[in-house]
Design a protein around this ligand. Structure first.
Ligand SMILES: Nc1nc2c(ncn2[C@@H]2O[C@H](COP(=O)(O)OP(=O)(O)OP(=O)(O)O)[C@@H](O)[C@H]2O)c(=O)[nH]1
Ligand SMILES: [Mg+2]
Length: 178
């Protein structure tokens, strides 16, 4: 039996907990607590430690899905959760004030991890804000010499999340994407 671990990260409200819940084949573990400060204007709860879910593949293989808290004050969890991870899903909320700032912030925060693994990026809430466009994210990534797949995803839609994760798995091991 093979086990693989991938990490979901990104800013508050990008949809990490939602995406893991959409994808998981078992009831997800969440550590959401009532939000305080600015976060509660966005949504009632926020992840304080981690999310966890499992995606079953064909045969005995499964992918362990770990989500980080978005809030920077819990960033000590980012390294802990990344340990042993094979790939990263970076979710960005297109309605945030400056999604490119978020992009660069997370690419920099996870640069060591990204250096050793593979990454895919999912842009959420494009139904609410259609700008910036996917090609604008590609242009930003080119500036920092990254060629990363970028998907438009609604974290509530299992199929959207699944396509993005399959692309990541395929880039890790063409036998896995299925
Ligand atoms: N309209 C719209 N809503 C979305 C989309 N993707 C996710 N959401 C909603 O956005 C919210 C995301 O919340 P969470 O999943 O808690 O976000 P998170 O990234 O885990 O946030 P933290 O744990 O606080 O860092 C949920 O209410 C989702 O239903 C999308 O593409 N469009
Ligand atoms: Mg969360």
């Amino acid at each position: 039996m093979s086990h693989y671990k991938i990490i979901f990260t990104g800013p508050v409200g990008a949809g990490k907990s939602t995406a893991i819940a959409s994808l998981s084949d078992v009831p997800p573990v969440t550590t959401d607590e009532q939000a305080s400060d600015m976060t509660k204007e966005l949504k009632p709860t926020t992840t304080v430690a981690m999310d966890y879910g499992v995606m079953k593949l064909e045969g005995d293989e499964c992918i362990h899905l770990y989500g980080t808290p978005g809030q920077e004050r819990f960033n000590f969890m980012w390294d802990i959760l990344s340990e042993g991870g094979l790939g990263l899903v970076l979710l960005l909320d297109n309605t945030r004030t400056d999604p490119f700032l978020d992009l660069h912030f997370f690419m920099n925060s996870f640069k060591d991890f990204i250096g050793r693994t593979k990454i895919v990026i999912g842009i959420t809430r494009m139904d609410i804000a259609s700008q910036p466009r996917i090609e604008d994210y590609h242009a930003q990534l080119q500036k920092i010499n990254f060629n990363v797949p970028v998907f438009s995803v609604d974290a509530r839609q299992r199929d959207d999340v699944s396509v993005m994760v399959q692309a990541l798995l395929y880039s890790l091991d063409p036998g896995l994407g299925g």
